[in-house]
Design a protein around this ligand. Sequence first.
Ligand code: ATP
Length: 193
Amino acid sequence: MQIRRLKLSGFKSFVEPAELRIEPGLTGVVGPNGCGKSNLLEAIRWVMGESSAKSMRGGGMEDVIFAGTTGRPPRDFAEVVLQGAAADGEELEVVRRIERGAGSAYRVNGRDVRAKDVALVFADAATGAHSPALVSQGRIAAVIAARPAERRQMLEEAAGIAGLHVRRKDAEQKLRATEANLARLDDMLAGLD
Ligand code: ATP
């Protein structure tokens, strides 16, 4: 996926609505320590469906919401919008919003979707929240120290086939439900004899 625009509001240190245009080619983000550079990468990962509070450097999922400073009250929601083009060239807009006490919700091209649907969109585009395209601090050392199974997972993400595991699990669940229904049907038919 080609990311063209990132909009943040109330996300971590980005209390005011901020919009970043990402032009083709190399983009560099520079700034003093603690100004929010890593928070940008986290915003991309978060809108892609990151659900682990640890990899978002927080204790709970609501920790992504601006927590307030001495002069500014905390916000009660955080929203990140990612706009770009999917691999097939189609326009894609993904929105994730979290409100205190109300959890988070996603929209893809204006339609409410589940977290799983968003994860599949990015897994198929080989740019998911865990994709090797997003390299955060400490990640290189983690790759070197990874166990073979973890390394395989990274390769699958890079190859864009990670979404197949989710689909396989879904298909297996449907198969089990169908088998249970068939068994019930057999019982009912036996009762009719
Ligand atoms: P470095 O160059 O040191 O790695 P950085 O530019 O990558 O720094 P970040 O780590 O992205 O900076 O930003 C850290 C800042 O974000 C800190 O000032 C921290 O207080 C602020 N921050 C993180 N979460 C929140 C939050 N929920 N509410 C308010 N501010 C937050």
